[in-house]
Design a binder for this molecule. Structure first.
Ligand SMILES: Cc1cc2nc3c(=O)[nH]c(=O)nc-3n(C[C@H](O)[C@H](O)[C@H](O)COP(=O)(O)OP(=O)(O)OC[C@H]3O[C@@H](n4cnc5c(N)ncnc54)[C@H](O)[C@@H]3O)c2cc1C
Length: 410
């Protein structure tokens, strides 16, 4: 049984079907109800943590054949990823990361300011240069999530939408079943892939997962002619152009953290992360704090209606951030001058203190596997997360040492 039908859950379900297993996926809302259909869409290995990079590279290898494997158009384009440095110290940071890429055999090279202008014709501004990873790319998050779900269903998985898991039944150190909104389901194996809710799913069975939610926003323009041939990041914004010509743009220099009770309780674990990102992350005190307080006071009521009512997974759309991103895009490209926002949205992404995922067997509970904490990297990582989680759940060798990703690291 898999809890959550975001990318982590549906990709795990799909790879389980490849082992001949037909899992049940429980989803409190719809497939891709939260982060997985709202991601920016970058499939990026560049600048990943060296601990995570081998998984990310393996995921990238799976992405290359994913459209034919899932028999669906995912809009996957391997156009490369270009990080652009405005100042020499930013180029220096790219140079340092290039050494990480080299050590892992990932083709990545520094490019000059002239090459930046060749790769992004018409870009304005003074640049020091950039870092290009040719095998990076981008794709459609909603299409990918739907395609994994469809392929899992074809393989025999059943996805129960509108059916929240209320609690995992653990007795004598073993998983026995799951209490759901629609009744009790006996099972010996559970994969927790509940995204931003995973800490809440795991807490009642005695597992502490430090997890916070960071609000990120994104805007999409109407389609236009070729403007951005390569997915790119300046120090201020990230942008990519979809095959239909629409440009997806988001602020890279700004994210919001709505303070919750968990923010205070986990403050010590997250302090180093917030110290290193304090210029980018802005703190707000609002309704989420009270929701989280009530959530902890009444832990047994985790039903779907309550989850919907409190809507902690999907954030109210904040147009200011996408509008700012579009203004910045217009300053970069003449061709963007007349573009307007056709759509925009905000969503909470779940992050862990070290911004690394939580993968593998849950210590001390036989039959429980965790696939969560994807910390803003889970779209690119979805194929490998699903694959290693399916292997782990079945007690097979995932082909990677998952110790560094164990929930026991806290
Ligand atoms: C705005 C934004 C931009 C991003 N951009 C990128 C990007 O460009 N590249 C990249 O690699 N990553 C990106 N990410 C990160 C990526 O989207 C996530 O890491 C990934 O989608 C997480 O997948 P998930 O399945 O763990 O979580 P989710 O997609 O959130 O899925 C969890 C699911 O579990 C369900 N659930 C929760 N609790 C229960 C319960 N008790 N019972 C049943 N169901 C439950 C939820 O309803 C939800 O559908 C971005 C994230 C955001 C928010």
């Amino acid at each position: 049984m898999v809890i959550g039908a975001g990318l982590a859950g549906v990709s795990t379900a799909y790879y389980l079907t490849r082992h001949g297993v037909a899992p049940v996926v429980l989803e409190k809302d719809e497939v891709g109800a939260e982060q997985s259909s709202r991601a920016w869409g970058f499939v990026r290995q560049q600048e990943r943590d060296p601990i995570e990079l081998p998984l990310m590279m393996a995921s990238n290898a799976l992405w290359r054949d994913l459209q034919s494997e899932l028999d669906a158009d995912l809009e996957f384009t391997m156009s490369g990823n270009l990080g652009i440095a405005r100042h020499p110290h930013q180029l220096e940071a790219y140079r340092r990361w290039q050494a990480v890429g080299d050590a892992h055999g990932l083709e990545t090279r520094l490019v000059s300011a002239d090459e930046v202008r060749e790769l992004l014709p018409g870009i304005r501004g003074e640049w020091s240069g950039g870092l290009l990873t040719p095998s990076d790319g981008h794709a459609s998050p909603p299409k990918t999530t739907a395609a994994y779900a469809a392929a899992a269903r074809r393989g025999g998985a059943s996805i129960e939408t509108g059916c929240a898991s209320l609690s995992i039944d653990v007795r004598e150190g073993r998983v026995r079943g799951v209490r759901t909104e629609k009744g009790y389901l006996a099972t010996e194996r559970v994969v927790c892939a509940a995204g931003a809710w995973s800490s809440r799913v795991l807490r009642p069975v005695g597992i502490r997962l430090p997890q916070l939610r960071v609000r990120a926003s994104v805007g999409v323009t109407q389609p236009t002619g070729t403007l951005v041939p390569v997915a790119s990041w300046t120090p201020e914004i990230a942008f990519r152009q979809r095959p239909d010509g629409a440009v997806v743009a988001a602020r890279f220099d700004h994210a919001d953290h709505d303070l919750s009770l968990t923010s205070l309780l986990e403050a010590r674990s997250f302090l180093p992360t917030f110290r290193s990102t304090h210029e980018r992350v802005h703190f707000h005190l609002g309704a989420l704090f009270l929701r989280d307080l009530a959530d902890r006071a009444l832990p047994r009521c985790v039903g779907r209606d309550r989850a919907r009512r409190w809507a902690v997974g999907v954030a109210r759309t904040d147009r200011r951030s996408p509008e700012h991103a579009l203004r910045t895009l217009k300053q970069l490209f003449d061709g963007a001058r007349d573009l307007t926002l056709a759509d925009c949205w905000s969503c909470y992404m779940d992050i862990t203190p070290d911004m690394l995922p939580v993968l593998g067997a849950a210590p001390g509970i036989e039959g429980l596997t965790i696939a969560t904490g994807l910390s803003g990297h889970g779209f690119a990582m979805a194929p490998i997360v699903g694959k290693v989680s399916a292997d782990s759940a079945l007690g097979e060798d995932p082909g990677f040492d998952l110790d560094a990703f164990s929930v026991a690291r806290w």
